[in-house]
Design a protein around this ligand. Sequence first.
Ligand code: HEC
Ligand code: HEC
Length: 258
Amino acid sequence: MKGIWLVAWAAAGICFGQTAKTNPLAGDPQAAEAGRGVFRVYCSPCHGIKAEGARGPDLTLGVFNAGSGDADLFAVIAGGVPGTEMPAFAARFADEHVWRLVAYIRSVKKESAAAKGDAEAGEKLFWGKGACGQCHMVNAKGGRLGPDLSRAGRQRSLAYLRSSVVTPGAEITPGFATITVVKNDGSKVVGVQRSIDNYSAQLMDMKENIQSFWRSDVKSIGREFKSLMPDYGKTLSATELDDMLAYLTRLKGEETKR
Ligand code: HEC
Ligand code: HEC
């Protein structure tokens, strides 16, 4: 079946090379459908089953940091985004599979559901009343206990950011689990995971001190899947939450050099 398709394409002289500037399969509903199947398996864990984003960004908005052309989407899927969770798929997929994924992404474009709040007000809240800056950095300013949010609006979907603020424990950012150490005298040290293995653990405590413990020296070391981030569901009003999300979605890190 697959062989027949390839022969048909070859006969039609379709070029699948990375050099193609536009998708040779653009507008082909069968290609988009095949792309959907691949997407479900390889991409949905991060981008959501309908590409609306989860831990990874929403791909249905029709605007991409990677650039607006088919070739830009091809390049980001094939090459990944180094230093982020977005893997490179070039080794796993032949070019035509990547083009099918591009066709699928184009097929799910919908009108934007951008955050509707006031980003300036959100920024004030972030550094002021919300005290988010005590634990989070934005552009090299702020605390180090939580993840750096300089690229939050680029890396994460609106839905994910909302749930991170309202129910922080729902999905812990990988590498930021809470570690609780109970010492032999019964006292406890709580912090954010830096490293943990069978023998030892290293954590950052609430004062940003790194502390290391050997399991043999303490009563217990536990990793908990709850967040050290306070739950803002009740402390922020609906308007404040919208403002905060408008601010967070605007954080795109350094401008991409292209
Ligand atoms: C482990 C999580 C993960 C997986 C799996 C994953 N992605 Fe991503 N993807 C991301 C993250 C995070 C980003 C944002 C990277 C950044 O900061 O620029 C991203 C970015 C992208 C972008 C660029 C978005 C933009 O605005 O520039 C595209 C397109 C994309 N992914 C498509 C895919 C496709 C197609 C697959 C499956 C073949 C896939 N991704 C699998 C996490 C993932
Ligand atoms: C006491 C420290 C602390 C404060 C204050 C705090 N956070 Fe967090 N935050 C964390 C930690 C730790 C994590 C990682 C664990 C998790 O996923 O909840 C986190 C995770 C996040 C994430 C998910 C990041 C990602 O990329 O996965 C977002 C978004 C976030 N915080 C936003 C905020 C905002 C907005 C505020 C203020 C309204 C805030 N935080 C206040 C500690 C804090």
